[in-house]
Write a protein of this length. Structure first.
Length: 310
């Protein structure tokens, strides 16, 4: 194994906390990985990794060396991307994590276009509402709604998705149709919360030029977008979400828009990836392609970043 391959292996072991997982990601036998790190430590004359039965973590020297390795490998990837055919014809496995509605409603309906453009890139896609640890789980990039919280990731804003407040005809017949946001206090909502932390989301509407929040009572709360819509269709309460997620239900009358005269702030959606992978040709071409997909769907989004996730 040459010196740069050994550096890449060392970086992946530190990030994944495991020889086994790092070897699998790099398609190496575990014995080869173990031998390469022993040779690296012997050449440097220091112990880089502390090994236990449960995990592998860097020593103080190893952490300092890891940080220098990340910088060196980033510069190397930059040079190779600029000068080799890999930048024009990327290949290999790209590991993505996509929110369910983004995956099924926006990205996957056009994924054949990506394959036609980059036939040497294979995709491994996980999907769900939970937050993932990109580095530890070996994910190259994710697409997520809301304002990115992790400052260690590079975030590219893809769009701001228009929102709608709506409910089923049965709910509105029973409880009445709100004509002004202040009437929301008399209504029920379907609650939505983050599955990995105790955080709930109020309705947000602009009234007299001011963005106001309305935390409605609810007898049912969910942490999944599909369940959120399903509960509203069954008359469980009002919901506020990106319009693209309920286009079919609004078109066939299962849901009815309310308070259309009061603007919602919209939900930003971004693609995020670890800083030291931003120059990977596979990541670069996917980010450029998915950005165009969202521009085609929503137009150009606001480039600002903030705090919070919807």
């Amino acid at each position: 194994m040459d010196r740069f391959d050994a550096l890449r292996l060392f970086v992946r072991i530190v990030e994944l906390g495991s020889f086994t997982r790092a070897a699998a990601v790099l398609d190496l036998p575990k014995a080869t990985a173990t031998h390469a790190i022993k040779q690296l430590e012997a050449r440097l004359g220091v112990r880089l990794l502390e090994r236990t039965t449960r995990q592998v973590r860097p020593t103080l020297d190893g952490q300092a060396y890891y940080e220098r390795c990340v910088h060196v490998l980033t510069e190397l990837d930059d040079a190779e991307s600029a000068l080799t055919a890999a930048a024009r014809n990327p290949r290999g496995v790209l590991r993505l994590d996509l929110h369910g509605t983004h995956a099924t409603g926006i990205i996957l309906p056009r994924i054949d276009e990506f394959r036609a453009r980059y036939p040497q890139v294979d995709l491994a896609i996980s999907s769900g509402d939970r937050l993932v640890d990109l580095v530890r789980e070996g994910i190259d990039c994710v697409v997520r709604s809301g304002h990115p919280r992790d400052s260690s990731l590079v975030a590219k804003r893809l769009a701001v998705m228009p929102e709608v407040v709506c409910a089923s005809p049965e709910y509105l017949q029973r409880f009445g149709t709100p004509r002004h946001p202040e009437e929301l206090w008399a209504h029920q909502a379907v609650g939505f919360f983050a599955s990995n932390r105790d955080l709930r989301y109020p309705f947000e509407l602009t009234v007299d030029g001011e963005l106001r929040e309305y935390s409605l009572d609810s007898w049912i709360s969910v942490s999944d977008a599909a369940c959120y819509v399903a509960a509203a269709v069954r008359g469980c309460g009002l919901i506020q979400l990106p319009r693209h997620g309920v286009e079919a239900q609004l078109a066939d009358g299962r849901l009815v828009e309310v308070l259309a005269d009061y603007a919602s702030p919209g939900v930003p959606v971004s693609v995020l990836y670890p800083q030291h992978r931003q120059l990977s040709p596979r990541v670069r071409v996917f980010v450029d392609w998915v950005a165009q997909v969202f521009v085609d769907k929503f137009g150009i989004g606001d480039s600002g970043l903030g705090i919070g996730v919807r």
